[in-house]
Design a protein around this ligand. Structure first.
Ligand SMILES: CC(C)(COP(=O)(O)OP(=O)(O)OC[C@H]1O[C@@H](n2cnc3c(N)ncnc32)[C@H](O)[C@@H]1OP(=O)(O)O)[C@@H](O)C(=O)NCCC(=O)NCCS
Length: 235
């Protein structure tokens, strides 16, 4: 297993902050990674994947995670380890690949669960397909999640900083992400990390038990920073 990044903690150190080990993911990480990815989906994931609840949806996400070439793949995942276990994940890739990665999810769905599964996913996700894709100048953070008992220790910040490092190293001027309109905690977290709201996207997705109203597209320009800048929180 290849370790890309070593422990770093060059932001503002706070009392009780955990310095996680960050490493690239492999298909073998599917079990723990899928539970973390599900944290960002909840009932929307149950609805899109046609599953009755958390356990079943996590099983679906785990199978998809092991496949290459789509939104939720291990391929573009970085994991955070603390206390000897996987406690956080960030998935990021070029914004121009977002549409391709979305279609890739359908293909991975066919491989894992058959055509019927993929058609249901496509049909139920159709309202989301009209949402704006990310720009070619953006490096897009698809997923950021930290295990509930490890939150508020700086692990989310370390993972987000990792995505920003990738943004700069891969030559993109902007790091971007979407946050659900009602996820006010995450919205505040991103604002603290220097991201600003670029647009509000309101989507009507009517399904029993699913709360999804749309998202804020948030961006952070990184091209104005010197190459050796500390990509930490704004004071
Ligand atoms: C959003 C999320 C990734 C943040 O991860 P995290 O590890 O808790 O983030 P951090 O610890 O780096 O920062 C979180 C907050 O704790 C504070 N904090 C950081 N280190 C701290 C410490 N050692 N002691 C106390 N507070 C600390 C930060 O200032 C921040 O405060 P804020 O909420 O006022 O902005 C996490 O809450 C999560 O997984 N949420 C569920 C999934 C989700 O909604 N993901 C986002 C989808 S868009």
């Amino acid at each position: 297993m290849k370790f890309l990044f070593f422990r770093y903690n060059d932001g503002v150190t706070m009392a009780g902050e955990t310095s996680p080990l960050l490493r690239t993911a492999s298909p073998d990480d599917a079990g723990e990674a899928s539970a973390l990815i599900y944290e960002t989906m909840g009932t929307l994931g149950d609805f899109l994947f046609g599953q009755p609840g958390r356990g079943e949806s996590i099983r679906v996400v785990a199978a998809l995670f092991r496949q290459a070439g789509h939104l939720l793949s291990y391929e573009h995942s970085t994991l955070a380890e603390a206390d000897g276990r996987i406690v956080g994940i960030v998935q990021a890739f070029p914004g121009a690949d977002l549409w391709k990665a979305t279609l890739g999810l359908m293909r991975a769905g066919i491989r894992c669960w058959g055509l019927r599964f993929a058609l249901r996913l496509g049909w139920r996700g159709l309202p989301l397909a009209f949402e704006p894709v990310a720009g070619a100048d953006e490096y897009y953070v698809q997923t950021l999640a930290v295990a509930p008992s490890f939150r508020n220790r700086g692990i989310g910040r370390a993972l987000l900083e990792n995505a920003q490092r990738q943004t700069v190293e891969r030559g993109f001027p902007v790091c971007s992400l979407d946050v659900l309109l009602d996820n006010t905690d995450a919205l505040r977290f991103y604002q603290r990390e220097g991201f600003t709201i670029a647009r509000k996207v309101v989507t009507r997705l009517r399904a029993a038990g699913v709360q999804y109203n749309g998202f804020y597209r948030m961006v952070k320009r990184l091209d104005a920073l010197p190459a050796d800048a500390n990509i930490g929180p704004h004071s």
